[in-house]
Design a protein around this ligand. Structure first.
Ligand SMILES: [Zn+2]
Length: 157
């Protein structure tokens, strides 16, 4: 990890490990004591900020994905794909099928292995009208066929 050094003009400078630009030490945030030799972060302020922004965006995205609940419709659909495609392909197809709702490979695997299941007595075992609309938007038949295909006792308006 390149530490700060005096350049030909007698200024303390340091090369950023990310953008690789040599910049004055004032362009670097202080690091937690003892982590780097010069006490500065290895990335310049611009790159450090960009890194934090990316991190926050990734975490926010994860939170949004987690807020989705899998319903019986989703789980049944996933089970139907078992053995036909890889878990990765199924996760990808799921997103297309259900209006960009994201699930990951391990969720698919856990559904296959029975570690995720929908409790038949659970109040979550319902399909909201939004689930229906989402599903119907990808269904090849008519909306009526689609609603027919769903268990009407579980539809919650
Ligand atoms: Zn940089």
């Amino acid at each position: 990890m390149p530490a700060s050094y005096l350049n030909d003009q007698g200024d303390w400078v340091k090369q950023c490990t990310k953008c690789e630009q040599v910049q004055p030490v004032a362009e670097y945030y202080k690091h937690t004591a003892g982590v780097t030799k010069d006490g500065l972060k290895p990335r310049c302020r611009t790159c450090t900020s960009a890194q934090l922004r990316d991190q926050n965006a990734r975490r926010a995205k994860k939170r949004r994905q987690k807020s989705h609940k899998l319903t019986k419709l989703h789980v049944d659909w996933i089970r139907e794909q078992q053995g036909k495609f890889s878990t990765r392909e199924i996760a990808k197809a799921f997103s297309k099928r259900f209006f960009n709702m994201k699930i990951n490979n391990s969720t698919v695997s856990r559904i296959f292995s029975g570690k995720i299941h929908i409790d038949p007595e659970s109040t979550e075992d319902t399909l909201s009208i939004y689930d229906l609309l989402e599903g119907a938007s990808q269904f090849s038949g008519s909306v009526e066929d689609y609603i027919e295909s769903a268990d009407d006792k579980k539809i919650k308006f």
